[in-house]
Design a protein around this ligand. Structure first.
Ligand SMILES: Nc1nc2c(ncn2[C@@H]2O[C@H](COP(=O)(O)OP(=O)(O)O)[C@@H](O)[C@H]2O)c(=O)[nH]1
Ligand SMILES: [Mg+2]
Length: 299
């Protein structure tokens, strides 16, 4: 707790909601100033509830990134993911509802309808950096406003940082007056061990084709902290033998790249040197195995 916190300090839980791929996790990382949530062009990259903390002079925002609501595959993993969205909304004081500046979709309306009526919702129209003209953003704002009475509507770019000060100010106004919950320098409640697995999963999402990411998961076998050094051994679980071959790539090149890009991100996030070893193992049906999901922390 900071002794310097002013008496009118505001603190609150802020859920970041929206359909897959609108930039929720990118926005969270920008707002927190570190890569606490993984992102990719593929839908459904985020599987867990990720908490990210931002502490300003007068406000502490506890952001809850959420997986996009799943309708595509009905397995135990997706049920756990949907529950984490509902849980985040249940504990939120304010919601940031994110849509893509490219246009309004039926899926946006579906997520909007899930937002609890009692909560203040700030609409963030993201990817404003790619917007062709302001008129289109205005039309989109009007379209969205037909679905719900938003507390504020703010065009932003999670990529460039445009509009984020306005977004933060709009959210702060709707947060309760309360003392800080976390230390000023805290960024996330997730352990380095968890973040290490997530960063490997991000590279699998980014560097492999369409089918692999959804059928894979990462476990950390060993995580040793030795001063400013981390020794990490990880396994990527895949659903089928063919997936293993694809993930390894010719002469293991793809796997090497996955491991090396993950290591670089870990070194930046942990501010430490990282030795990383990654193995690939076939484990069919992991996404519907209660034991495996439990081990992975989903249920
Ligand atoms: N041009 C542009 N792309 C963005 C912006 N924010 C996110 N993206 C991209 O949109 C894709 C999905 O982002 P992600 O944060 O994973 O979306 P999520 O599924 O809503 O969490 C990624 O390729 C991001 O780089 C933005 O402000 N501008
Ligand atoms: Mg995400």
């Amino acid at each position: 707790m900071s002794a310097a916190a002013p008496p009118d300090q505001r603190t609150g839980y802020v859920a970041i909601a929206g359909r897959p791929n609108v930039g929720k996790s990118t926005l969270l990382n920008r707002l927190v100033g570190a890569k606490v949530s993984i992102t990719s062009r593929k839908a459904q990259t985020t599987r867990h509830r990720i908490l990210g903390v931002r502490t300003d002079a007068t406000a502490q925002f506890v952001f809850l990134d959420t997986p996009g609501f799943q309708t595509r595959h009905r397995n135990a993993l997706n049920r756990a993911m949907n529950k984490s969205v509902t849980d985040a909304l249940a504990s939120a004081d304010v919601v940031i509802f994110v849509i893509d500046g490219a246009g309004w979709r039926a899926e946006d309306a579906a997520v909007c309808a899930l937002l609890p009526p009692r909560l203040p919702v700030v609409l963030a129209i993201n990817k404003a950096d790619t917007a062709k003209d302001q008129g289109r953003l205005m039309a989109l704002a009007a379209r969205a406003a037909a679905e719900r009475d938003f507390s504020a509507i703010v065009p932003v770019s999670a990529r460039t940082g445009k509009g984020l000060d306005d977004l933060v100010a709009a959210v702060a106004k709707r947060m309760p007056t309360a003392q800080r919950m976390y230390e000023d320098d805290m960024l996330t409640d997730r352990s380095e061990r968890f973040l290490a697995a997530e960063l490997i999963r991000e590279k699998v999402f980014r560097l492999s084709g369409e089918e692999i990411p959804y059928g894979s998961e990462v476990t950390i076998e060993k995580f040793e902290e030795d001063g400013n050094l981390r020794r990490i051994q990880a396994t990527i679980l895949v659903d089928r033998p063919g997936h293993k071959a694809i993930l390894l790539g010719p002469k293991g090149e793809r796997m090497k790249r996955i491991a090396s890009e993950a290591r670089i991100d870990m070194e930046a996030l942990f501010d430490a040197k990282v030795f990383l070893e990654v193995w690939v193992k076939v484990k069919s049906g992991w996404a519907d195995s209660a034991t495996t999901l439990k081990g992975l922390g989903y249920i």
